[in-house]
Design a protein around this ligand. Structure first.
Ligand code: NAD
Ligand code: MG
Length: 394
């Protein structure tokens, strides 16, 4: 008997993760079929993807652009129905036909749709780490209540998931700690003074990974590792002290789990997001990802070092925000999004990013957050505060 194909909604299909997801899906037409594709602005790319995958639905942010795309596709002989806005995204997360949702929108903007997928009991492939950073307790509660299957796409978290005890896939009493690896980004060896002069182009040129611009800057400031520390705390129910960040410049080991008997289990592979994406799409089975296989002789050595919080304060800020709890991680993430966008726009220096975040955090609340609406309100308030702080800097 042949199995029914998994129907998949991909949020952010025109982005780096979205495109890699479609690359893996294209290798397995017998297993997967696209249900919906979504983008903010890149209409031409979305049109091409709808044609190639014959997607029944697509979502664009802007209603006029949505109408135009639908007309263009009709001319191509493709009958994709185009929805628009946040409502369209939420519908595509929760429709009963959908089995699997890839949440790959960047930033807090991806929270409502990822949350809707978690509430609807879907298999949720979570790339959008910011969603967990700002709503961790609510998101994990929604997963538990609906019976959704949450699988991490971030390469480190997918690696940790692969290295956890097979019996329960949890951090239990056999686990001593998690070793979260970090490449250290393109500026690993720069002095504090050199860091003040880096440009957006330099920050977006990651030595090992090809990614969207926001996460590339996050990798350069090491806020990416800070967000990932918080993400790991929620996904694996551990405290920041149970996680050691390890600088590993080659990005071949994607993270490790250390056990009480002294064993350390690592997951290795090429630095290619198709590997964790295929792992989650096929889970619990392994499927071909299309990624290059590792050549250990060519790699020949792996290096490890402790992180420097003096040069990369974002890591410390993230840990402190997680320890403080409440809305602090919402403020951390909002301030980071504002500061990174300003840096990419030439409106602040690279070394001012952590200053904006730290000042925003000074006035954030540690009260627990009760609802998705409350998260979005706190997010908006923190964005306003960091916008003012940015103005005062210049
Ligand atoms: P990207 O910028 O390449 O793509 C983002 C996608 O989201 C695009 O399709 C864009 O149209 C859509 N989008 C952006 N803003 C939107 C909005 N306001 N509303 C609706 N859609 C919107 O980003 P990316 O590098 O693919 O990263 C996506 C997410 O995955 C991020 O949360 C990132 O941290 C995470 N992630 C990425 C990588 C990677 O290698 N790229 C690795 C691990 C985790
Ligand atoms: Mg990662």
């Amino acid at each position: 008997m042949t199995q029914a194909r998994q129907k998949i909604t991909i949020f952010g299909s025109t982005g780096s993760i979205g495109k890699s997801t479609l690359d893996v899906i294209a290798l397995h037409p017998d297993r997967f079929e696209v249900f919906a594709l979504t983008a903010r602005g890149n209409m031409e790319k979305l049109r091409q993807q709808c044609r190639q995958f014959n997607s029944p639905y697509a979502v664009l942010e802007d209603p006029q652009a949505a109408e135009r795309l639908e007309n263009e596709l009709r001319k191509d002989g493709v009958s994709t129905e185009i929805l628009c806005g946040q409502e369209g995204l939420i519908e595509m997360a929760s429709r009963p036909e959908v089995d699997t949702v890839m949440a790959a929108i960047v930033g807090a903007a991806g929270l409502p749709s990822a949350f809707a997928a978690a509430q609807s009991g879907k298999k949720v492939l979570l790339a959008n780490k910011e969603a967990l950073v700002i709503s961790g307790n609510l998101f994990m509660e929604a997963v538990a209540e609906s019976g959704a299957t949450l699988l991490p796409i971030d390469s480190e978290h997918n690696a940790i998931f692969q290295c956890l005890p097979e019996q329960n896939k949890r951090v239990d009493s056999q686990v001593r700690r998690i070793l979260l690896t970090a490449s250290g980004g393109p500026f690993r060896n720069l002095s504090l003074q050199e860091l003040s002069a880096v440009t957006p182009e330099q920050a977006c040129a990651h030595p090992n990974w090809s990614m969207g611009r926001k996460i590339s800057v996050d990798s350069a400031t090491m806020m990416n590792k800070g967000l990932e520390l918080i993400e790991a705390c929620w996904l694996f129910r551990v405290a920041p002290r149970d996680i050691q960040v390890v600088i590993h410049p080659q990005s071949i080991i994607h993270s490790m789990v250390e056990y009480i008997d002294g064993s350390v289990i690592a997951q290795m592979g090429s630095p290619d997001m198709k590997i964790p994406i295929a792992n989650a799409l096929g889970w619990p089975q392994r499927i071909v990802s299309g990624s290059a296989f590792l050549d250990l002789f060519e790699i020949s050595r792996l290096d490890f070092a402790p992180p420097s919080e003096a040069r990369f304060p974002c890591l410390r800020l993230a840990r402190e925000a997680m320890e403080a709890g409440g809305a602090c991680t919402i403020a951390l993430n909002a301030a980071n999004e504002v500061a990174v966008a300003a840096f990419l726009d030439g409106k602040c220096r690279f070394d001012q990013i952590p200053i904006i975040i730290e000042k925003t955090l000074e006035s954030s609340e540690t009260m627990p957050v009760q609802s998705l609406q409350h998260v979005l309100e706190m997010d908006a308030a923190a964005r306003l505060r960091s916008g003012e702080i940015l103005e005062q800097l210049n």
